[in-house]
Write a protein that binds this ligand. Structure first.
Ligand SMILES: NC(=O)c1ccc[n+]([C@@H]2O[C@H](COP(=O)([O-])OP(=O)(O)OC[C@H]3O[C@@H](n4cnc5c(N)ncnc54)[C@H](OP(=O)(O)O)[C@@H]3O)[C@@H](O)[C@H]2O)c1
Length: 409
């Protein structure tokens, strides 16, 4: 059974969730992917922190140690903020790794560039976890987009804001004390700015806009308003009218333009958002053929978000290693190839010094015959983008003279 090697960037709520889910759902993934999924490296900021991680996994605070590993099939990123996440993923793609990210801020800024680069390099890019936690909104949109034209997307995209509005109404408490509860329960960050001021929902909306309409509106033209100005009194007034404040992110295609906003709005009982309470998220899609669809579910948290990441992994099963890089990676069972074997390499620019690689014969146009394990071979391929490798039957090298072999090139 060959192995699918994964590097995890980040071991916080999401990263650890992914780790535990791969542990608990490993067999299922193996059936889907046809390969045993193995986490080989984890990037963290603080290496000294005690974590429950298997001893044979490289845990490092130095990305160079990960990017320099001979071969990583998937780089899964769950760190925070635009940088260094973007640079890390760019380097991973350039090296031929498939990537999956949960980082909506980074993806709202750099999604397009990463998508183009991934397409150029033939690797897959998953970003289901950037929007709506465990709700499969990206997959649903992709499916609908095959035939439908999307007209409008509206959603409660930030669970913290929805939790605060719900608690303010149900407990009749002011914003500040509910925010404290949200922080105690782990729903809100110590710095809750991104959540309560609408920035988090805005990033998610921009990710949806790009997918649904092909581009994002000018960011400066988007009205972004959080929930900090909503008072308990306003909520009570609304309640008397059977209305509720909901923090709604909305994007629509209108007269050839994409129009977006993020703001608290009042909704009535007929709205699909009326009953969405607490940390739940909901997204409503309006499309020309299907009409209106609403998805709702856990918008954040360790396992719902890990679920989205793992779904990306499972979905990309048709994205073979052949598409992702060198042809050889698809066809070789790495476990069964610990023994050195012979390879013909084409267009080698840089010889890699490694005791497990024997550089046997050089031929015109930087062709080489080598004897190497798959591990050694992958090291060469990683350092020589564009180089192709073809297995050579050992008997041919061993039985026939090198001249004969040269003639057949
Ligand atoms: N939490 C959710 O429910 C959720 C849902 C959807 C999407 N997301 C997104 O997923 C990402 C991760 O969120 P999270 O809640 O898991 O964050 P978190 O709990 O704060 O964990 C972040 C992890 O990344 C590591 N890290 C941060 N900056 C780093 C750097 N510069 N270099 C190396 N490692 C670094 C941290 O290392 P240490 O452990 O050493 O500090 C930690 O392990 C974010 O982009 C977030 O927006 C989160």
């Amino acid at each position: 059974m060959s192995v699918l090697k994964i590097a995890l960037l980040g071991f916080g709520t999401v990263g650890e969730g992914v780790y535990r889910s791969i542990e608990s759902h490993g067999e299922r993934l193996e059936k889907i992917l046809g390969k045993r999924v193995e986490i080989v490296a984890i990037l963290v900021r603080n290496k000294q922190k005690q974590r429950k991680i298997s001893g044979n996994i490289l845990v490092t605070d130095n990305f160079e140690e990960i990017i320099n590993l001979p071969h990583i099939d998937y780089m899964i990123e769950a760190i925070v903020g635009r940088e260094p996440a973007f640079t890390y993923l760019k380097r991973a793609v350039e090296k031929g790794s498939n990537i999956i990210t949960a980082n909506k801020e980074m993806f709202a800024y750099h999604g397009e560039e990463l998508s183009l680069l991934a397409a150029d390099k033939g690797v897959s890019l998953g970003y289901e976890a950037t929007v709506g936690g465990g709700i499969p909104i990206i997959q649903t949109l992709r499916q609908l987009l095959k035939v439908n034209n999307i007209k409008k997307i509206k959603g409660i995209l930030n669970g913290t804001s929805n939790f605060i509005l719900t608690e303010m109404r149900e407990k009749k408490e002011p914003f500040a004390s509910v925010l404290k509860t949200a922080q105690e329960k782990g729903y809100a960050e110590a710095d809750p700015g991104n959540d309560v001021e609408g920035t988090d929902a805005f990033y998610k909306l921009m990710v949806l806009s790009k997918l649904a309409f092909g581009f994002q509106p000018e960011w400066k033209d988007v009205h972004v308003e959080g929930i900090t100005s909503i008072t308990r009194e306003w909520i009570e007034e609304a309640d008397l009218l059977h209305l509720k404040f909901k923090h709604i992110a909305s994007v629509e295609w209108k007269d050839g333009k994409v129009i977006a906003s993020v703001q608290p709005v009042l909704v009535g009982k007929s709205s699909p958002f009326y009953d969405v309470e607490g940390v739940e998220n909901a997204v409503s899609i309006e499309a020309d053929l299907v009409g209106s669809i609403t998805l709702r579910g856990p918008g954040a948290g360790m396992f719902p978000t890990a679920s989205a990441v793992i779904e990306d992994l499972a979905q990309s099963r048709h994205q073979t290693d052949r598409e992702a890089g060198s042809p050889i990676r698809d066809s070789v069972d790495q476990d069964s190839q610990k023994e050195a074997s012979y390879w013909l390499l084409d267009r080698v620019k840089k010889k890699v010094a490694d005791p497990s690689i024997e550089w046997l014969q050089q031929h015109p146009n930087n062709k080489w015959i080598i004897k190497s394990s798959v591990k050694g071979l992958n090291r060469i391929l990683d350092q020589n983008p564009g180089t192709e490798a073809f297995p050579v039957l050992a008997e041919m090298i061993e039985k026939e003279s090198s001249d004969l072999f040269t003639a057949s090139l």
